[in-house]
Design a protein around this ligand. Structure first.
Ligand code: HEM
Length: 538
């Protein structure tokens, strides 16, 4: 049996965080040997040559040579903050999750991001923004990995590499580095009309938020909540900023990118440092968990669809306050690892085919990005609940695991900890019926309508918001080289609204096509257009 000086989370007992974080009055090597000088290499005389013998020089330069880790394949550029989530208890009716019980307070870490730009790209580009929250609950980590736009480009995760390849810079010229105006992106979204809704949100003011502090957040997918009696409910998660939703106008965004490309991260850090703590209410839209998983005809498993808030109001369940900046960007903002599969009892997933791929993708990519499978031991990723897993060894293992037998039950150092008294404990997946159906590679018929909701969104915008959308399409398509891509995109716009299509066509100097199918008849949705308005709190 090994020694037992470590806690189950791998934090050595008796070694203070300060010691690990490098305190002390004098400089040392990584091995703790005191150094008298870190400015001069060891040489044969003042004019050299430099001696290979210089262990300090070699250690310092070798470490520097390995400072970079891969940036995230998407959402590479981000800024984050610590905070607290206080539950109102209102979700207690539909979930047994302890952190959603009345009065529960849970530490959180929130990372905001752009999607397509590299780690050093500018902040105020037109793009979707990530809004990822890690709740360090008493029952383990819950990650709500959302965006500031309530829908996604694709309905099936198998197309995620394709849309990202189309959105990332062209492989030959590496253009554009941060923005969406290029041929492959427009080629993809005009050929895949399921992307129309998300693209329209991107072209609206939502694509250029004024501040992270004034963005909404959305879990996008439908999740399944479970109460103490095992009853289930379907929900969509929403973050509503207490400061209201505010955007930049395009000219502002462009100027700011030149003058201060760090505008959003500076704004977040400055606000927190000044004590103007940003706040969001977390809310849920609640739907009955029926076998069809439809609500008012909307397929709840289709991530390109919203459910209008008039049909299912967002019910507030708690308050998030960001009140502390990270003390080290790399240790916290860069090394944090979110995963839609990090769930706690009371919260489960649905069969949304986009979510299914995400459940695989995050851990997989983090094994590369963070150098092996033990990144859960990094301080920012460590649960604030006791960990007692049977995962062993691997790259960058920092725990000295105790015990001889990492399997259960065993007769050497412990029996089976599960259900010893017959009680159900811990995370139990909802025993959802799996349909008896043939294996197919196809989407359900309820995923087929790609234009009704974009039209709903367009009609809910105010005149000035519509002008911004027209200007955005005109600007972005104006940067596209291939005429056929512009024409195909105009055809997509014709399926949304004739005015939108005609105005963009006029801006591009091209003829406006007619809709190929009758335009859907929809009622404008006032709740969709909340720009600049306070969210009414309960
Ligand atoms: C990263 C949101 C779809 C793969 C992220 C991040 C967010 C996010 C917020 C950044 C997390 C951070 O701050 O570290 C979403 C949303 C989606 C979606 C809301 C759709 C509703 C997908 C899909 C896949 C995917 C379909 C793959 C099949 C990834 C990967 C990362 C990432 C690989 C980088 C993770 C890392 O390196 O730590 N996503 N995403 N995402 N996402 Fe997604």
């Amino acid at each position: 049996r090994g020694p037992e000086p470590f806690t189950p989370t791998g934090q050595p007992d008796g070694v203070s965080q300060e010691a690990l974080a490098q305190g002390g009055a004098y400089l040392t090597t990584a091995q703790g040997t005191r150094l008298p000088d870190s400015d001069h290499s060891l040489k044969a005389g003042p004019r050299g040559p430099v001696l290979l013998r210089d262990q300090h020089l070699r250690e310092k330069i070798t470490h520097f040579d390995h400072e970079r880790i891969p940036e995230r394949v998407v959402h590479a550029r981000g800024a984050a903050a610590h905070g607290i989530f206080r539950s109102y208890g209102t979700a207690g009716k539909v979930t047994k999750a302890a952190f959603l019980a009345e009065g529960a307070e849970t530490p959180v870490f929130v990372r905001f991001s752009t999607v397509l730009g590299s780690r050093g790209s500018a902040d105020t580009v037109r793009d979707t923004r990530g809004f990822a929250t890690k709740f360090y609950t008493s029952e383990g980590i819950f990650d709500l990995v959302g965006n500031n736009i309530p829908v996604f480009f694709i309905q099936d995760a198998i197309k995620f590499p394709d849309i990202i390849h189309a959105g990332k810079p062209h492989p030959d010229r590496e253009i554009p580095q941060a923005q969406s105006a290029h041929d492959t992106f427009w080629d993809f979204v005009s050929l895949h009309t399921e992307a129309t809704h998300h693209t329209l949100w991107n072209m609206s003011d939502r694509g250029i938020p004024r501040s992270f502090r004034t963005m909404e957040g959305f879990g996008v997918h439908t999740f399944r909540l479970v109460d103490a009696a095992g009853a289930t409910t379907l929900v969509k998660f929403h973050w509503k900023p207490k400061a209201g939703v505010h955007s930049l106008v395009w000219e502002e965004a462009q100027l700011i990118n030149g003058v201060d490309p760090d505008f959003h991260r500076r704004d977040l850090a400055d606000a927190i440092e000044a004590g103007a703590f940003p706040q969001w209410e977390l809310g849920i839209q609640v739907f009955p968990d029926t076998p069809e998983q439809l609500f008012e005809g909307i397929d709840l498993l289709d991530p390109t669809k919203i459910v209008p808030e008039e049909l299912a109001p967002v019910q507030p369940i708690g308050l998030l306050t960001l009140n502390a900046n990270p003390s080290n960007f790399f240790a916290e903002t860069e090394q944090v690892a979110f995963h839609v599969g990090n769930l706690v009892p009371g919260i489960d997933v649905t069969d949304d085919p986009l979510l299914a791929g995400r459940l695989f993708s995050y851990l997989d990519t983090q094994i590369t990005r963070l150098g092996g499978p033990n990144f859960t031991q990094l301080p920012i990723n460590r649960p604030h609940a006791v960990v007692n897993d049977m995962l062993r060894d691997g790259m960058h293992q920092t725990a000295v695991h105790s015990g001889a037998a990492p399997y259960k039950p065993n007769s050497l150092d412990g029996g089976c900890p599960f259900f010893a008294d017959g009680q159900e404990r811990g995370y139990v997946e909802v025993p959802v019926e799996v349909a008896s159906a043939p294996r197919v590679r196809e989407a359900p018929a309820t995923f087929a309508d790609h234009f009704t909701q974009p039209r709903l969104f367009w009609l809910s915008l105010t005149p000035v918001e519509r002008e911004h959308v027209i200007a955005a399409y005109t600007f972005e398509l104006g940067k596209v080289y291939e005429q056929a891509i512009k024409e195909r995109t105009l055809q997509v716009l014709a399926e949304i609204d004739p005015v939108l299509c005609e105005q963009v066509a006029a801006g591009l100097g091209l003829p406006a096509p007619k809709a190929a199918q009758p335009l859907p008849s929809v009622q404008p949705s006032p709740a969709l257009s909340q720009v600049g308005k306070e969210w009414p709190t309960a």
